[in-house]
Write a protein that binds this ligand. Structure first.
Ligand SMILES: Cc1c2[nH]c(c1CCC(=O)O)Cc1[nH]c(c(CCC(=O)O)c1C)Cc1[nH]c(c(CCC(=O)O)c1C)Cc1[nH]c(c(C)c1CCC(=O)O)C2
Length: 354
């Protein structure tokens, strides 16, 4: 493997000194890029794209050809995991993900098992192929959904606005939900370790829906399972530490708890004040975030002003990875992303030097 030419992202996650604030964007490869839409058309369905090593490699690198991003993220989806468990993932055009066999009765839940990792071999093959194509330009991030977020889709059968099925189970039959979460946590641990083994240089756990839980329930049904995963991960590979990022959307009220999970960095959505978050977590973890993705609809001057405000809010010293507070919208103008990258790199050099 080629030596890493830009390790700014990995250094910031470990709160080591950097020359500027590194950035990457959640969902940086995707529909807002015309070249992604072209490859997607060639591949067929979104799942065909994920399952083809060469196409997955191509779309992972697309945003890096356009923008000076400091990390690449594996092109895949969090729902490949329940798909490997036999739930039958499919995408209805314009409707988002769905499962043919959601967990709707106790028999299905009792039959659930940690899948054989060979079911996800196409993901590990993509990781190896992307590392080769990157040739050390920037580090590669691997990822998984959190046990709770995966369970939301597995039980609801697709996206939800109410989470009523999973929450009913949580209150009526907590032991059943714990059973699912235990299997998910063991699966995600094996899955992320295999990604690390294949070449992922940092990993992020996406807890997109943990923030919908009540106080106390978040800790018991989402965070505790992420802690188990973090404790089971291989944190050293090829002589380098592999940092772990935990991102709970809507987790701003519980930052101290998340920072105690054993992770290296905490992802923040846009509702959190970055400076306040830094005071709350102290020097335990690095912080990643947290521009409102909708700010990218504004003109470049307004984007630059928001970047300046966020960087000043974080303050001096390392330990910040710039990102959005959630995934980039498919309607974002790519030129605005270019303006964002330029502003983050230019405006962050002075504070870090000072
Ligand atoms: C909840 C979730 C999913 N997937 C993911 C999450 C967690 C992050 C979050 O909270 O946004 C994670 C994900 N999904 C995708 C990535 C790729 C890597 C990246 O560039 O960040 C990552 C990291 C590609 C994708 N995953 C999906 C697309 C769009 C697929 C297409 O039509 O081409 C992409 C590029 C499909 C997907 N996959 C999922 C949904 C809800 C959808 C539909 C989204 C939509 O229609 O806007 C489940």
């Amino acid at each position: 493997m080629s030596p890493l030419q830009n390790d700014t992202f990995l250094r910031a996650l470990l709160r080591q000194p950097t020359d500027y604030t590194p950035l990457w964007l959640m969902r940086q490869a995707g529909r807002y890029l015309p070249e992604y839409r072209a490859t997607r058309k060639q591949a067929g369905s979104f799942l065909d794209l994920c399952k083809n090593r060469d196409f997955a490699t191509e779309v992972t690198l697309q945003p890096l050809e356009r923008f000076p991003l400091d990390a690449a993220i594996l092109f895949s989806d969090i729902l490949t995991v329940p798909d490997a468990m036999g739930l039958g993932l499919y995408f209805e055009e314009g409707e988002g993900p769905k499962f043919e066999r959601p967990l709707r009765d106790e028999a299905a839940i009792r039959a659930l098992a940690v899948p054989d990792m060979t079911e996800l071999q196409y993901v590990f093959d993509a990781v190896g192929s992307i590392r080769q194509a990157l040739a050390g330009r920037v580090p590669l991030i691997g990822f998984s959904g959190s046990p709770f977020t995966l369970a939301c889709y597995m039980i609801e059968g697709g996206g939800s606005t109410t989470y009523s099925r999973i929450k009913t189970m949580m209150y009526d039959r907590p032991e059943l939900l714990h059973h699912i979460l235990d299997i998910n946590a063991r699966t995600v641990t094996a899955y992320l370790n295999a990604q690390i083994e294949a070449g992922a240089q940092a990993v992020q756990i996406f807890d997109s829906w943990g923030g919908t839980l009540a106080f106390g329930k978040y800790q018991a049904f989402s965070l505790d399972y992420m802690k188990r995963i973090v404790a089971g991960l291989k944190r050293e590979h090829d002589g380098r530490r592999v940092p772990v990022i935990v991102f709970t959307k809507g987790g701003g009220l519980w930052l101290e708890d998340i920072a105690d999970s054993g992770c290296d960095a905490v992802g923040l959505d846009w509702t959190v004040d970055l400076g306040d978050a830094r005071r709350r977590v102290g020097d335990k973890v690095a912080l990643q975030g947290n521009l409102d993705p909708n700010a990218l609809f504004a003109q470049p001057a307004a984007i630059e002003a928001e970047v300046g405000r966020l960087l000043a809010n974080y303050g001096e010293g390392s330990g910040h990875v710039f990102n959005l507070g959630h995934g980039i919208s498919q309607f974002t103008p790519p030129e605005h992303v270019a303006a964002l990258c330029e502003a983050v790199h230019r405006l962050s050099r002075a504070p870090l030097a000072g």
